[in-house]
Write a protein that binds this ligand. Sequence first.
Ligand code: C5P
Length: 238
Amino acid sequence: MQDNNRIIIALDMDNQKQVLTLVKQLDPALCRLKIGKELFTSFGPKLVKKLQKLGFDIFLDLKFHDIPNTVYKAVRAACELKVWMLTIHSAGGSEMLKAARAAVDESDHKPILIAVTVLTSLSDNDMAEQGIQRSAAEQVLRLASLSQQNGMDGVVCSAAEVPSIRRLLSKNFILVTPGIRPAGDDAQDQKRVVTPRDAISAGSNYLVIGRPITQARKPVEKLNLILSEISGTSAGLC
Ligand code: C5P
């Protein structure tokens, strides 16, 4: 079934008051919220529950990467929090991926299980440094494939990688893409940015957008602008 609530707002803030001021202006039917390591380390499950009480689905982006037993337990704990989506690292290997899958399958609440492939901050040189004899783009494809084989529901990748992953893997594999900038916005520290419309056209399922919305003078207006840009856009229409 097509999910039309496709914007995930990255709450990369260090201040809970600021988070709540922003979130109280938002409509949970129009966006979801991503909590990452910084916010979770500072405010923990209490903040997750507070935002869920306001009606929002939470993407818990903690990128678990550890031995299989530890990841199993961490994923079980995340399931207890009733989050909508969570991330682990595909580089943890197939046994770790299987342990995460088992943790979700054995829980009453089953979040969407997403693997991170190669961080977009890593280059081909970083691959060589780690002894990996292929480009970062090739490594993304390899890890996306490993993730699907081991039962992940999808991966995080840059929108630029979406077409090649779509060619290789099944249509229902979920692609979550950060590095999104509406046309005319500052790319800031993101290296390769893609507009919301182009990302959806390429086949992204969910767009992770942080500063373009959180630092906008009028965040709700900015979100609405992005929503109108992608409304009616579907994969392959551009
Ligand atoms: O503010 P901005 O839109 O650049 O935020 C993007 C969000 O997506 C941040 O939370 C960042 O950590 C996350 N992210 C990313 N690149 C990845 C994975 C996650 O930018 N490869």
